[in-house]
Design a protein around this ligand. Sequence first.
Ligand code: GUN
Length: 756
Amino acid sequence: MPVWSDRPRPNPTPCRDGDEGLFEVTARDGRARLGKLHTKHGILDTPALLPVINPNIRTVEPREMWDRYGIGALITNSYIIWKHAKLKDKAVTDGVHALLDYPGVVMTDSGTFQSYIYGDVEVGVEEIVKFQRNIGVDIATMLDVFSRPDMKYSEVNEAVEETIKRADRSLDAAQTTLINGPIQGGIYPELREKSATGMAKFDFAVHPIGGIVPVMEQQRYREYTKIMLSTIPFLPPDRPVHMFGCGHPMLFPMSIALGADLFDSAAYALFARDGRILTPWGTQKLESLFEWPIITPCISSYTPQGVKELPSDERITLLSKYNLEITLAELSRCRQAVRDGSIWRLVEQRSHQHPALRDAFLWLTTNPATADLIKLTSDNIPLNETTSSQEITNSGRWEKGWDWILQSQFTPRKGGEQWAGSDTINRPHIIAANNLLADRWHPSDSATQGGDSVLIFFGQSGPWRDKCDGIVAKLMQCLPGLEIMVNTPIGLVPYALEDLNPFCHIEGPKWLWNDKLDMVKITTSLERLGLTGRGIIPIDLRKENFESTIFDKLIGIEMASSVELIDGIFTITDREVFQNSSTKLNRRKARDKLSVLFNVDQETADEITESMEFVVNKYGRIKNLLSPSGHHLASFRLGDGGLSLTNHGAKELFQRRRRSLPTQFSQASISPYSGEGLAIVVVNDDAEPYVRKGRNVFHGFTLACDPWLRPGEACLICSQTGELIGHGVANSTADDLRVMKKGVAIKTRDGIKQED
Ligand code: GUN
């Protein structure tokens, strides 16, 4: 099916019985998600743009939106229809789809926005919902109370409380029609949270975030971001989030990265009427254009001059289509970025295109929650330049919201990390990767030889193993307490994890690695890794004789075995000790991966790896981890430095679990659970035989899970009776599992048969 077509598109098929109103997530990148909303007029793919149709002024025909632009849903205003007798009669008699001549999903608004613009509306709370139901809309909207950003706290509180008060009556009036439960709260984070938690208790299908139009009109994008961050974490993840009145493509990447699923836009037509063009970097006046900033199908046979000369009606229609095409293209770009895992990269790129967007982005990525990491960057804007005292007061709140973003990041992931200046370090998945090291990685016993020092390789990009594995193996033998790190542009990584993405593969200019060690950054990094107070031995890998430098720097330190420098080579004189050294390094690699990637505590990781065997490839790189009896436990993934579990490995980890199995879905945060092992998901009896055969776990078939389940991470799958029946990779957070009813929850990697 082409995206833009000149041929009629078939009408949608209704969703399956029982699926109406269900929302499933089909792909995700952190909190950004691709989804499907099931309705009687088709399954709507999200993120989606719902163009606003004014039933009195149809700039672009709804049918054309369906046929030509593949638009799956639109929004119109039920209050306008209700007020105009002709529209009302037709809608009541033939339904809203016939009135608009549109076969897809029709959402209607309730008149709240009119009350914001013109003062009170004459329609009642139940009356407007009943009317929407009677005209056959797919998704109605209750009459919420608009909260403006200039309103006092007490006024906004009233709007929030009154909206919550109206929820029950509105849902009753809607009967089986899906209904929007808008979130108000102005610019007050606690009121946004109150509104979200209050409205979440009712059975709404979608939650629009309301009261944001004036915030967007005044380009207060930092506040827009804060509104999202103080609202969405408190909404049930099984309901799409709609940004009411947000249709400017400039805001799409950031909104999607923060969890938005639906947008609506009157902007395409309003701006066209005003002779303006919407672009992902802002708005441009047709008057000033000699060239098109973007060429789309509808504009391709015109020059800007040609469009200026068109009669007004024709010009407005053409510019409306042009705006719509640009807007839809940006939305496609965002959806692709979610698939590619690069939505934050797009947010970052777009942030450079408008100062207000840049301000919002910087606040978001360097807010007080990330203060530790800010210290790691040399050229970041200091906290006090972007942060007001009010924000410091609110920092705990933002921290929660930001954590909510970080905890859903996939790490490790495939592919190189493209360096783009100081923003790079604050990419959510990079912060998440650093957090994972800080939470789960453990140093060796510092009471053994070398335990008061850290050796840091710097000066060169990875991979480091060809150059350094030999010397590191020897150092581990003679100085078992010495920690060895590699300095990368995004932080220190323990040497044993040198192939771990994103640390191992940063694409950027050479000078990124050539810098001297920045001791402020290093100290902070060491603190986070539990290595405070150790002496630092910096080793510049650009130096030919770095082995002899190491030797020189270690003179005087007590060693576990004797060493000599022979022809510039650091040499362990005891042959047997030397022969063991590469196994010792392999064990350390396996141990650190088990800790960081499978959340195994240090003692258990030591025990498992103590007698582990290794299958290595022809370059000496570990391929497989084997138990002493030869069972394949896990494989090293060469692409991203991750670990892939096998059934034997899953059994081994399951046996070693100390905590009892989860009995509920807990909403606790992930981080206090370091060392607790892989998260366990308990499925019901219906799912058990399928999982045992290796089929995915679907939402609605789970009974409990550990709170530290995180998307992209391995997990164990248990039956209701507590047997291990498989393992997989989570597609969800614990909270998703608690509430979602449709879609894949866990991608099963393998099932464990009863007799296994
Ligand atoms: N359209 C734009 N903002 C709003 C809002 O806050 N509520 C409703 N119902 N519609 C809107």
